[in-house]
Ligand binder design. Structure first.
Ligand code: BG6
Length: 357
């Protein structure tokens, strides 16, 4: 490409390269790939695509956080108990065994899509809505995340692989029975991870990330779960308020809180205040068309920068090292159509529960 002159911009034309995720296979290969690409293209013409950043609802996270004054005072360790980020899929492999056997859930979803949702939720407010200001803040929060070493993996992460089961009332094969998958495949199709962010805003507030194939339904959500009221003056337990960003489907944002249930007794019940995207009456655009247009316009705000991609690889490298060295003896450990391995409940527990979605 370079030799044929295809990479050189001229006065009246530009050249840009768009690279689909996962960018590399691990930290070393991502750095190597980056070197090769940067030898040929200047950094501002390289666009690493992560289609989650093109989703309206993901961009709305920034709009809600930084376009309103009421959320910011609550967005920290004083009020937030923990955060749950879920990207569940009911689909299985869809004929992509060649790619997925190499990638698995860590490279396919965790290192990129979930990390992006995490950074946008946890980052500090940027000084401006521009590519560098936003990406600087994203990098800062990734740097504050405590590294999970291969020795610690069992305390901070859970892997899973689906066996045969039932999805939407239909029997489906297990991962190892999918066409093109090795009969003893060690590839995880589910991963849950607990992240700890060592900074002033989030110290002591765990972020739980989970993703998996062949779960009961397709749903992506970020839930900010607040602390319980300090004193329980009403009968029954005190619930935690939840601000949930429904990335897809039923795109919207909801706030769950307790309210008096009508009647003589002072009985509280959880109720939900809900904003739905269909209130705008507009069709949501495909994330790729939005991102490809941005790349043509040269706007890198919604594209991960090299340092961001590298840090995301560093954060999952403990998992990759530990798991690729030792195949899981209990695979498959969740039936298709269920919410993943039981060990994921222990990871979030004992006094917290994954949201029922
Ligand atoms: C892709 C993964 O990046 O994202 C797929 O390679 C996954 O395995 C897909 O199914 C999910 O994207 P979405 O937009 O449907 O949530």
């Amino acid at each position: 490409m370079q030799r044929s002159g295809l990479t050189t911009s001229t006065e009246d034309s530009w050249r840009r390269v768009v690279i689909e995720k996962p960018f590399g296979h691990d930290l070393e290969s991502a750095q190597e790939l980056n070197k090769i690409v940067e030898d040929v293209f200047p950094p501002d013409s390289i666009f690493r695509i992560d289609h989650y950043l093109g989703k309206e609802t993901v961009q709305n996270l920034m709009a809600i956080r930084f376009g309103n004054a009421i959320f910011e005072p609550l967005w920290n360790r004083s009020f937030v108990d923990h955060v749950q980020i879920t990207a569940a899929e009911d689909l299985g492999l869809e004929g992509r065994a060649g790619y997925y056997e190499e990638a698995g859930a860590v490279r396919d979803m965790l290192q990129n899509h979930l990390m992006q949702l995490f950074t946008l939720t946890a980052m500090e407010p940027p000084s401006a809505f521009d590519a560098d200001a936003i990406r600087d803040e994203k990098v800062k929060v990734l740097r504050s995340v405590r590294r999970v070493t291969p020795q610690d993996v069992d305390s901070f992460a859970v892997r899973g692989q689906y066996g045969p089961g039932v999805v939407d009332g239909e029997p489906v094969p297990g991962y190892r029975e999918e066409p093109g998958v090795q009969p003893e495949s060690p590839t995880p199709t589910y991963v849950a991870l607990k992240l700890q962010v060592d900074n002033w805003r989030w110290e002591g507030v765990p972020f739980f990330l989970r993703t998996g194939k062949r779960l009961p339904k397709k749903v992506t959500e970020i839930a900010v779960v607040f602390k319980r009221p300090p004193l329980g003056i009403f009968p029954g337990g005190m619930e935690r308020n939840v601000l949930a960003f429904r990335i897809q489907p039923d795109e919207g944002v909801s706030l769950k809180f307790s309210s008096k249930s009508p009647g003589q007794e002072m009985v509280l019940r959880e109720v939900v205040m809900d904003f739905r995207y269909d209130a705008f009456g507009a069709q949501l655009e495909s994330p790729y068309s939005r991102l490809l247009l941005d790349a043509m316009l040269g706007d890198a705000t919604l594209f991960p920068r090299e340092d961001e991609v590298d840090l995301a690889w560093q954060l999952v490298s403990g998992l990759l090292q530990a798991w690729e060295g030792t195949p899981a003896p209990d695979f498959p450990n969740y039936p298709a159509g269920t919410w993943g391995p039981e060990a994921a409940d222990a990871l979030i527990g004992p006094d917290r529960r994954w949201r029922r979605l």
